[in-house]
Design a protein around this ligand. Structure first.
Ligand SMILES: [Zn+2]
Length: 308
């Protein structure tokens, strides 16, 4: 487990009750005498658990650092402010307006995730005056703690990661995949619209920092080692496998394409094989949307980019 240097402290908290899933972790960085910031709030459904936790911890939440606005990351930001009180919300400029008015975000989430979006619950609008969009590379100063904002698109166009130089710790959001502790497995998360080139560039940008630790919202902290390199090889293998099978499948139905790509991933990647066989509802939903994103990339996005 990561130990921050005194007087810093980090609390990792699984926001969903354990009988549902251990899928989502939020991170509370304690940076002042009694002040803290939260990396991703998790979804609206768990806002009360999160406000209950920070109250028990006795820290004053100053910032919500959102890696992106997908429901399981920033979906609870508006509700958190409403229930807890004002905190500054750091969000990518492309995500900002969807926090202030989440109607479109909610519709898109229902379409992409169906019952899983219903489970996460509809995000509440976040107070516009509390929203702040840092620039790529901007240094935030949380009391004495420096946090560097990195734009890391690929998983989503509006994705940011947070880098703590003093701790050599990277909060990667979904830009470097998920590392699921119970299963001991890691996989990319590639929902539509997935941009492969951007994803690789973001991985390289993060690898250049030389992180010692990576804190994943799904769902634990690992020693970085050569993880980013292994993950880079993995996503390349995924995309190549999807391209190979989809080349001969242009007449297949949507469902048949999904099955075909799932089998292809299982055959090239033990990690994917294990997670595609996992019965956890949320893991299943994410794997399905990753496959949809790969198909969308190969069939729609890549040909469009190549025509440019
Ligand atoms: Zn996401």
């Amino acid at each position: 487990m990561l130990r921050l240097k005194e007087p810093l402290e980090l609390t990792m908290y699984r926001v969903l009750p354990e009988n549902i899933s251990d899928f989502i972790s939020v991170y509370i960085i304690h940076h002042g005498d009694s002040s803290c910031s939260i990396v991703d709030t998790g979804p609206q459904v768990s806002v009360s658990r999160l406000t209950g936790l920070v109250t028990r911890l006795g820290c004053r939440v100053e910032n919500l650092l959102l890696t992106h606005i997908h429901l399981d990351h920033g979906g609870g930001a508006g509700g958190f402010i409403k229930e807890y009180g004002p905190a500054k919300v750091m969000v990518h400029p492309r995500g900002s307006k969807h926090l202030a008015n989440p109607t479109k975000l909610w519709q898109a989430s229902l379409e992409a995730l169906g019952p899983v979006a219903e489970f996460y619950q509809e995000p509440l609008p976040a107070t516009e005056t509390l929203l702040y969009s840092p620039e790529d590379g901007e240094k935030l100063h949380l009391d004495g703690l420096e946090v560097v904002v990195l734009y890391t698109p690929g998983h989503a166009s509006h994705h940011m990661s947070f880098w703590l130089p003093s701790e050599k710790t990277l909060f990667s959001g979904d830009s470097a995949g998920m590392y699921l502790e119970r299963q001991g497995k890691f996989v990319p998360s590639t929902p539509p619209p997935f941009h492969f080139d951007q994803y690789l560039e973001s991985l390289d940008k993060q690898a250049r920092l030389g992180p010692s630790y990576i804190a994943f919202p799904h769902n634990t902290i690992i020693e970085a080692g050569d993880f980013l390199k292994r993950h880079r090889d993995q996503i390349i293998a995924w995309v190549e496998a999807a391209e190979e099978v989809l080349e001969k499948a242009s007449n297949y139905s949507g469902e048949d394409k999904v099955n075909l790509v799932a089998e292809a991933l299982k055959s090239v990647d033990d990690q994917a094989n294990a997670l595609l066989s996992d019965n956890d509802t949320l893991v299943k939903a994410i794997m399905q949307s990753s496959i949809q994103g790969l198909i969308d990339y190969v069939v729609r996005i890549k040909p469009r980019e190549e025509r440019r």
